[in-house]
Design a protein around this ligand. Structure first.
Ligand code: KIV
Length: 272
């Protein structure tokens, strides 16, 4: 743990900006339930993202589009209850902010009020700048999300590397500046060239968090089930397995099944 986060004081949006200024990297992971969030928080994670990747990881959907505002609030409330120390960020799901700024602001307030998270995250750049400004003006810290934005997967046409061409890179830079100006305290950069992510990091006041965006961002985020190896089917180049939970859980389940079947569980000591 770094010096800004060793005292176990609550991490806030302001802490992110201080960490950026101090060159202290920010470690973020997703979580969607109380028990997992409690483990991550106690282990010293700086921030938990209640990502709309819950749609894939928890609900088994092919993409993030189907998850609803009510489902996101349900997951965010469980995570927020578990977190003493880290900053919690809830994704605003597809459809909850695209129709109008007013609806986006109202839904961000619903998330903050009903779940108790510290911040909300929205995908997009210049086109959502007014909404970001409105949410920040309502007192809710905002995280932006640029590059590969999974809520626009059908428009993007796939999960490949984004902003490879110069015009796309210039657009991403303009979007990052717009989010920064609108008051976002943090910007997630997903699947963009490392050099571009490093350039964005230099020009914005907001802290940048990368996923598949190289090592030049202010921090990193990974989906916990991917990072902890709960399934080895998803193997993008940017992913590193920091544990082998699939193996660990499979062995645990097999040991349980074996003990039940051979009648050695429960023992007398485990009975009343
Ligand atoms: O939903 C999510 O988990 C995310 C991260 C991958 C950044 O948005």
């Amino acid at each position: 743990m770094g010096y800004l986060t060793t005292d176990k004081k609550k991490i806030t949006a302001k802490t992110f900006i201080e960490m950026k200024a101090a060159g202290q990297k920010i470690a973020q992971m997703t979580a969607y339930d109380y028990t997992t969030a409690a483990i991550l928080d106690a282990a010293g994670i700086d921030s938990i993202l209640i990502g709309d990747s819950a749609s894939n990881i928890v609900c088994g959907n092919d993409d993030t589009l189907p998850i609803t505002l009510e489902q996101m609030i349900y997951h965010a409330r469980a995570v927020a209850k578990a977190c003493q120390h880290c900053l919690t960020v809830c994704d605003m799901p597809f459809g909850s902010y695209q129709v109008s700024s007013e609806e986006g602001i109202r839904n961000a307030i619903r998330i903050a009020k009903e779940s108790g998270v510290d911040a909300v995250k929205l995908e997009g750049g210049e086109e959502i700048a007014d909404t970001v400004r409105g949410i920040v003006n309502a007192g809710i810290p905002v995280v932006g999300h640029l590059g590969l934005t999974p809520q626009s997967i059908h428009k993007l046409g796939g999960y490949g590397l984004q902003a490879k061409e110069e015009t796309e890179a210039l657009k991403l830079m303009a979007d990052a500046r717009a989010l920064d100006k609108a008051g976002a305290f943090c910007i997630v950069l997903e699947k963009v060239p490392a050099e571009l992510a490093a350039q964005v990091t230099k020009v914005v006041k907001a802290a940048t968090i990368g996923i598949g965006a190289g090592n030049g961002t202010d921090g990193q985020v990974l989906v916990y089930a991917d990072a902890l190896g709960m399934s080895h089917r998803f193997r993008p180049k940017f992913l590193r397995y920091f544990a082998d939970m699939e193996k660990c859980m499979t062995e645990g389940v097999q040991a349980y099944v074996g003990s039940v079947r051979e009648g050695t569980f429960p023992s007398d000591e485990e009975s009343y």
